[in-house]
Design a protein around this ligand. Structure first.
Ligand code: HEM
Length: 140
């Protein structure tokens, strides 16, 4: 396997791990296990940051891969990619504010914004994985 194949697979793994930590973090807070909620969410943020680093390195080294699929699947791909990119940009400040409020123990305001941050973040993680899968396993 070449670096050009390893980096996208690594990125898909990082985003998937981040998404799993998000879901676990949500389950923990619903069970009122605050320490584990904190750990899961900080881990999710760590994996998301790693994802972003690998993504930028990959893009700088190899540029972007064109989607080869045609017809309906192409519309689905660009629909997913467009929504993914817009929300992936929006999620960065949302995550920072959500974390900052939690770490300053401003939990009632943390909870209010977290209810917006969490579903958007999950959507970004899931569509990121789908876009990767469609690009590397469907379009060849
Ligand atoms: C960006 C990362 C985080 C996200 C997305 C997140 C998400 C959430 C969500 C969705 C809730 C509301 C749960 C519900 O509907 O009942 C919540 C509550 C809470 N979170 Fe986080 N969380 C994050 C980081 C943290 C951190 C680092 C802490 C640190 C201690 C923390 C502490 C809490 C606490 C104490 C509550 C309960 C607030 C209350 O019920 O008044 N969270 N979080």
């Amino acid at each position: 396997m070449s670096l050009q194949e390893i980096l996208p697979a690594l990125d898909a793994g990082l985003i998937l791990t981040s998404g799993v930590c998000l879901v676990l973090g949500f389950i923990f807070i619903k069970q009122k296990r605050i320490t584990w909620h904190k750990r899961s969410m900080l881990t999710a943020a760590g994996f998301a940051a790693l994802f972003l680093m690998v993504y930028v390195i990959r893009w700088a080294l190899f540029g972007s891969k064109p989607f080869e699929g045609q017809g309906f699947v192409r519309q689905v791909y660009f629909g997913l990619l467009g929504s993914h990119v817009v929300l992936a940009i929006a999620i960065v400040p949302l995550v920072i504010v959500t974390l900052r409020r939690a770490l300053r123990s401003d939990f009632s305001n943390h909870k209010r914004i977290a209810r917006i941050t969490l579903p958007i973040w999950l959507y970004v993680a899931i569509t990121g994985w789908l876009v990767y899968w469609m690009l590397y396993h469907m379009s060849n």
